[in-house]
Design a protein around this ligand. Sequence first.
Ligand code: FAD
Length: 251
Amino acid sequence: MITAYHRPKTLDEALALLSQPNTVPLGGGTLLSQPTTDSVHAVDLQLLGLNSLRVNGNNLELGATLTLQSLLESEHCPDALKRALKLEAPLNIRNSATLAGTLVSCDGRSTFGTVLLAMDAKIAVMSKQSAVSSNQSSAISVGEFLPLRPRGLITSISIPLNVKLAFEYVSRTPSDKPIVCVALAQWNSGRTRLAVGGFGKSPMLAMDGTASDDAATAARNAFHEANDDYGSAEYRMDVASTLAKRCMEAQ
Ligand SMILES: Cc1cc2nc3c(=O)[nH]c(=O)nc-3n(C[C@H](O)[C@H](O)[C@H](O)COP(=O)(O)OP(=O)(O)OC[C@H]3O[C@@H](n4cnc5c(N)ncnc54)[C@H](O)[C@@H]3O)c2cc1C
């Protein structure tokens, strides 16, 4: 439950507020405004101008408060990422939910998180230890961010545009979140990253190697212990291997 609400006009003001105990950033609020027994103070980011989208060389620089739907509608958004965004949440949620809020709260079934992990996306995070200390800024990859979810204000996310990207999934219905999904990113150098989702607390990196590595086996191995109510590990291993082959064929 949100028990105090702030709407700062500057990044400095926001960081000072966020250095206070029990105070968290408010993106689209689709998760944070859900009823809970915990009490938090919310710092609404909407006036900070963090909703930009711009091409910078080989990268697409995305503001933290850009909505999922704005990214989906951008001409610069790769097609495979668009397909993943459609599965992340239905339209009404996509219109409010922000990129940063989605990454912070995502679980292993997040298609957006899976594709960003394959693309080796980078996140800019800012923080302030106390209201009087100076601002600290750091860049962290999605692969480092997801297991730890360190505190701090995400200000932007950078994704490479010079990669070939493929995304495949299997779910109960065409618009449901996947039981298994596979995202493959390949650079001109041959670097090939494969991420898998559909299970557990976070999408998993199955492979960061070269085009000649066995992506299908890497995808299979990632699901070795992936049993839950949606599917057995054996089922996921078979499906992941097939989806990885399809991603490789699509390159
Ligand atoms: C009814 C309903 C139930 C849902 N249940 C779940 C669920 O159980 N699990 C789930 O994963 N998703 C759930 N979702 C999906 C949720 O909508 C997405 O996770 C959404 O994409 C969150 O984005 P947001 O911008 O609305 O985030 P918010 O609700 O604004 O924030 C979500 C989290 O991200 C943090 N955050 C936001 N912006 C930043 C930032 N810039 N820097 C650092 N931290 C930030 C917040 O402090 C908070 O911890 C639910 C959605 C709805 C409508």
